[in-house]
Design a protein around this ligand. Structure first.
Ligand code: PGA
Length: 252
């Protein structure tokens, strides 16, 4: 049975006090996951120690939002996969559109980060998705193909056995403009079919998340689609009650 996952992406928000309070509220409020569901929070690097201390042994997993593609060395300001391992990270987000667009991460670099995460035993959450211009010019599938191909070329299709894909249309991120369940389902199916052509078992078992303005009031209808296996949640993951409601929506 396919795993389902709701992962919070806190981005660069919060402070020591608020973030500790949020972790505590989630620990208390989130039910034990059932039906192959998992919950996770991807926190800014400085809060990983606190996430580990608070969430160790609980129903909630944690991870990072980025990592270096390099193992170690003279890379000022970077954080390696091994360092994330020291803090018990299960997941590392790679290729978020904010990283691709604001920090110039190419699909090749994203693929290298994906490999680095897996080499350290973490599950990469690989983000793919098109901009509004790309959707309007009917190149969505081409864009996603290119983003996936870079990873499959470098790591092989079998690597997807230990990975999660997040489809995040850039035009839906932080805009309050969610893709309709059908729009998201169409792309999820496109992704799964493309992978299925190379390995049907891996495609069938692959967890594919939707991300982009998922809220407590739209999560249920998105998660009801057959190829949507959960969500990557930005804004709504910062409010304990909202994130808990979204996590509950994946249980059904
Ligand atoms: P959002 O962000 O839920 O705030 O749209 C999603 C994401 O960027 O992962």
């Amino acid at each position: 049975m396919r795993n389902k996952l709701v992962a919070g992406n806190w981005k660069m928000h919060g402070n020591l006090q608020d973030n500790s309070a949020l972790l505590e509220a989630l620990k208390i409020g989130l039910p034990k996951p059932e039906n192959n569901a998992r919950y996770a929070v991807c926190v800014p690097f400085p809060y990983l120690a606190s996430a580990q201390a608070t969430l160790n042994g609980t129903q909630i997993e944690w991870g990072a939002q980025n990592l270096s593609q390099h193992e170690k060395g003279a890379y000022t300001g970077e954080v390696s996969a091994q360092m994330l391992n020291d803090f018990g990270c299960t997941y590392a987000i790679v290729g978020h559109s904010e990283r691709r667009m604001l920090y110039g991460e190419s699909s090749q670099i994203v693929a290298e980060k994906y490999v680095a995460a897996q080499r350290a035993g973490m599950i990469p959450i690989l983000c793919v998705g098109e901009t509004l211009e790309q959707r309007d010019s009917d190149t969505t599938e081409q864009v996603i193909d290119e983003q996936l191909k870079a990873v499959i070329t470098l790591a092989g299709v079998d690597s997807l056995e230990n990975a999660v894909i997040a489809y995040e249309p850039v035009w839906a991120i932080g805009t309050g403009k969610t893709a309709t369940p059908q729009q998201a389902q169409d792309i999820h199916l496109f992704i799964r079919k493309g992978i299925s052509a190379q390995n049907s078992e891996i495609a069938e078992n692959l967890t594919i998340l939707y991300g982009g303005s998922v809220k407590a009031n739209n999560a249920m209808e998105l998660f009801a689609m057959p190829d949507i296996d959960g969500g990557l949640i930005g804004g709504a993951s910062l409010i304990a009650d909202d994130f808990i409601a979204i996590c509950k929506a994946i249980q059904n």
